[in-house]
Each structure stands twice: as C-alpha cells, then as structure tokens.
Design a protein around this ligand. Structure first.
Ligand code: NAD
Length: 497
C-alpha cells in the first residue's frame, strides 16, 4: 500500500474524502504515494480554519509574531537536510540543488523576522495646525498561496513568512506533483508556536485553485506557475475582487559578448541551463552568442556537458537528476525531436542517456541545440527541461533586440568585460531580473523577485519589500484633539497649546 498525503487544516492532518492523484519517485519511475485532491467542502474547511484563526493572529503583538518566525527559522535550519531529502524524493533534483533551495527559503524567513521594522508607518506631526497624519499597514485577512512543482519548499516560503509576519492567515495549495514539503513546513510552523489555523495546506488540483479564487473570505492570491495558468488565476481572482500577484513562465536569454570570459560564460550556461534538470523559472534556456565567438563558446559548453553526471539525486555523485513525471519527460523529450525536425543543429543529444539510477527513472541527459532561430518552437516555447539552445547574432544590438522581442521577461544575463555594454544592457533590456556576469540572478531576500511582460501578472513582485507591500493595506489617519477644557476638564495646559 502506498502512503497517503493529506491536507493540513487547523493545526493537524486531515484526510481527504474524494479524488486522489499519484505522486512519483522520479528516479525510479514508481508511484510513491497518493495525494488527496480537495473538493469544495475541504476548501471551505481550510478557509474557515484560517478565518477563525485570523483575529487571534492579527491581534498577536509584532514581537509575538516574529518570535514564532525566529523559532521557525531555527527549526528549518536544524532540519534542512530532512526537507532537502523530501524535495529530492518527489521532485528528483539532486540533494545539493535541494539544499540550495532550502537555503534560499530560509533567507525569506530571516527577512520576515524584520517585520517590526518593515511594518512601521509614517507620522506627520502638525500637518495642519493641531492636526497629525499617520499611516499604518494592516493585514489583508485570509490569503491563498498557489505554488508550482519546481520549488516545493522555496516558492511557498517566498510568500508564507511575509504573509504571516504581516498578520494574515494562510491557505497554501502546493503542486500535486510534490506535495510533501508543504506538510513538513506546516509541522515546523506548528512546532514553532504558530496557532492552529493560521497556516493550512490544501492538497489538490484545479478544483482547489478554483475554490480559493472564488471564495469570498480569501482576500488575496499569490500564484507561481506557467503563464497560461498565471493569466487565468490573475483574471479570475481579480474578477472576484481579490488582490492577485501571478508569476508566470520564462524563456531566459544569456547574452555572451565577444569580449566576455568564455570559460566563465560556459560554466554559467551549464550550471544555469542544467541545474535542477532545467526545471527552474530562472534557468538559462537560450544562449545568445554574439559573433565571432559562437564556435568557441559552443565547444566549451559541450565539453562541460559531457562531464555532467546524470543520476539518482540521492547519490552524492549525481549532478543532474531526472524530470519530475513521466508526462513531463515525454513532453520535454518530444522537443528534441521537434528541434531536429525544425533544422536546429543537435550538438548534444540527451535521449538515451545512461543515468546512474533505476531503468524506469524519468531520465533525459543534457541536450544542446545550435543555430536556433526565433521561428522554431524550441525557441518560442518554454521547454522546462535540460534542453539548451544557442542563437547566434552578429551584434550587441541584435542580441538586445532578440531578448526584448521575446514575450517573456523573467530573467536575463549579459557576459562581457565592457562596463559600458553592461550598463546599456541593464538599462534597455525589458526583463525584470538581470545578471551581469552572473548566470541566475535570483534576487536576495531583501530585494524582490518578479519578471516583466508575460512572466508576471499584477504589479507587485514576490518577497522582500514588495512582499510586505502585497500582504498589507495602508490606512491613513488624520487626527485632531480639540481643546476639551470647556467640558470642565482642565489638565493645566495653556489655552490652544
Ligand atoms: P503549473 O502552471 O502547471 O501549476 C502551477 C500551480 O497551478 C499548481 O499548484 C497546479 O496545481 C495549479 N494548476 C495547474 N493547472 C491548473 C488549472 N488549469 N487551473 C488552476 N490551477 C491549475 O506550473 P508547474 O508545471 O507546476 O510549474 C512550472 C511552471 O512554473 C513553469 O512555467 C515555470 O516557469 C513557472 N515558474 C515560474 C516562477 C516565477 O517566479 N516566475 C517560479 C517557478 C516556476
């Protein structure tokens, strides 16, 4: 009998009563568990628990709330290896990648521990004679977080710490492909002293998402996933009057100028192209080689790819794990056939890779296409796997125009030794997160994360200062204390002071 992965509502596991889905161990290809899929009744139950916990949690002092977050941070730090192993067992990424994910998650908890500073309002004394004006940032209420499969620990923790720090209560709907990390997080939050109901996990699929989007007691939605679903969540959530931030897909370009350090650029292309098997929204999927260096750069990238060890993420020798599910493996592999049919030059073919793991694992080795053009599906589509494309351009201006013509605008990077070129690139590129001689520019926890164009719907980025902004609404008070001495009360102040 396989394990059953349940919901977490009002401080305890709650078994589902309806549909379930398969969860895989991607390195063996076997079903490892069944996950419950919430129906409307379970959505109501989770939201009701969060609503019931709201007055107590938002009424808890700032010191009290941050004390829970400090304790949560310590527990995460102490048990980070366990969490990383959970991520690897359901997602497939190698444990060093999973450990990196957990480390970035902890960063966000640490940032949220600064809530007392972040939630200070403004105060203007004597804005008019005897009149003071001040602002306060108040929580929204019950907020929903809907996360993708590729960072089952980090993406929920992009939002949950700030949401809780601001005094909201939360219902998290994690990906049904790797749902266990969310339950581990729930257990640690409870152990850290978070009151029951302040954080709930609703397992499931579209039914659970639609339930949250329509629920009148859910005031805001933070979503991360693919662009079509992000657009749907944004439009549906806002049509129900909710505040929504919906982060979507990506097609990240890394531009390499002729004066770049090509070894540094090749290292970056391989680590950012194939880390987590390319299942990262900040993966590099297109290297834009500005001539005349393309031949040299492609050779250097291919050399490094040949040395990448593909295998079970639990083995310390593995550098790249399997894809998350059989269906995703089939989809990504089919793009290798598509690229060949479209006339791209297949430099390295990951199909039929010999992985250090079970035969039925969802393996696809690192794959490299050269001479990819914007009309090809391997260029236009987000493949979300270990398939890297090289597009060649004659000049810096052509490279910049190519990046800006792409409908996605999540991340990009430029590799160059020329500060003027780098400054022009960062100034003119229409992308939300930019690296200069840095491959994956995921901003640190005290900045915020978000793309432009089809990579983000809404106007607020995730975590950092914008996270605090998203999870609060501002109230401005204009106040006057008139002279009450006429009512017979004289506190001894001079008249009109
Ligand atoms: P996905 O869009 O398939 O799923 C995301 C979430 O939406 C999951 O919780 C899923 O259960 C739910 N969902 C799926 N289909 C739905 C539907 N029809 N209606 C309502 N809800 C639905 O994404 P994924 O495959 O889990 O994750 C990979 C995608 O996420 C990639 O496109 C990647 O670029 C993107 N991503 C973006 C960022 C970012 O910050 N911009 C970060 C991580 C991942």
């Amino acid at each position: 009998m396989t394990d059953r992965i349940s919901h977490w509502i009002d401080g305890k596991p709650v078994a589902g009563t309806g549909r379930t889905g398969d969860v895989y161990d991607p390195a063996t290809g076997q079903v490892s568990a069944q996950v419950d899929f919430a129906g409307p009744a379970e959505v109501d139950q989770a939201v009701a628990a969060a609503a019931a916990a709201l007055p107590g949690w938002r009424g808890t002092s700032l010191a009290g709330r941050t004390r829970v977050l400090f304790a949560f941070r310590e527990l995460l730090q102490a048990r980070k290896h366990e969490l990383a192993k959970i991520v690897t067992s359901e997602h497939g990424k190698v444990e060093s990648d999973a450990a990196g994910e957990v480390a970035r998650a902890i960063e966000n908890v640490e940032y949220a521990c600064g809530a007392a500073q972040m939630l200070k309002g403004g105060f203007s004394e004597n804005a008019s004679t005897g009149v003071d004006v001040y602002s306060m940032a108040q929580p929204l209420g019950v907020v929903g977080v809907i996360s993708p499969f590729n960072f089952p620990a980090m993406v929920p923790l992009w939002f949950v710490p700030n949401a809780l720090a601001c005094g909201n209560t939360v219902v998290l709907k994690p990906s049904e492909k790797d749902p266990s990390a969310a339950l581990f997080i729930a257990e640690l939050l409870a152990e850290a002293g978070l009151p029951s109901g302040a954080f709930n996990v609703l397992q499931g699929d579209k039914v659970a998402v639609d339930g949250l989007l329509a629920h009148p007691d859910v005031k805001a939605i933070s979503f991360v996933g693919s662009t079509p679903i992000a657009r749907y969540v944004y439009e549906t959530g806002t049509s129900h009057g909710k505040r929504v931030q919906a982060l979507g897909g990506a097609k990240n370009h890394m531009v390499v100028l002729p004066d770049a350090d090509l070894d540094l650029a090749a290292d970056a292309a391989v680590s950012a192209g194939f880390g987590s098997a390319g299942e990262r929204c900040m993966a590099v999927s297109v290297v834009v080689a500005v001539e005349p260096i393309a031949d040299d750069l492609v050779a250097k990238i291919a050399d490094r790819m040949r040395k990448l060890r593909v295998g079970d993420g639990r083995k310390p020798s593995s550098e790249m794990g399997p894809l998350v599910t059989r269906a995703h493996h089939e989809r990504v592999s089919s793009y290798v056939d598509t690229g060949v049919a479209e006339g791209a030059e297949l430099v390295m073919d990951g199909r039929g890779v010999e992985a250090d793991g079970a035969n039925d694992g969802f393996w696809l080795g690192p794959t490299l296409f050269d001479r990819v053009t914007p009309s090809m599906a391997v260029y236009t589509d987000e493949i979300f796997g270990p398939v890297l494309s090289v597009a060649r351009t004659p000049s810096f201006d052509d490279a910049l125009a190519l990046v800006n013509a792409n409908p996605y605008g999540n991340g990009t990077a430029v590799f160059t030794g020329d500060g003027r070129a780098a400054r022009r690139f960062q100034n003119e590129v229409e992308v939300g997160m930019v690296g200069v001689n840095v491959p994956i520019p995921v901003p640190v926890g005290y900045y915020s994360f978000g793309g432009w164009k089809d990579s983000l719907f809404g106007d607020t980025h995730a975590y950092g200062p914008e996270g605090f902004h998203f999870f609060t609404r501002t109230k401005v008070v204009t106040s006057r204390w008139p002279d009450t001495s006429h009512a017979g009360v004289n506190l001894g102040f001079p008249k009109n002071s």
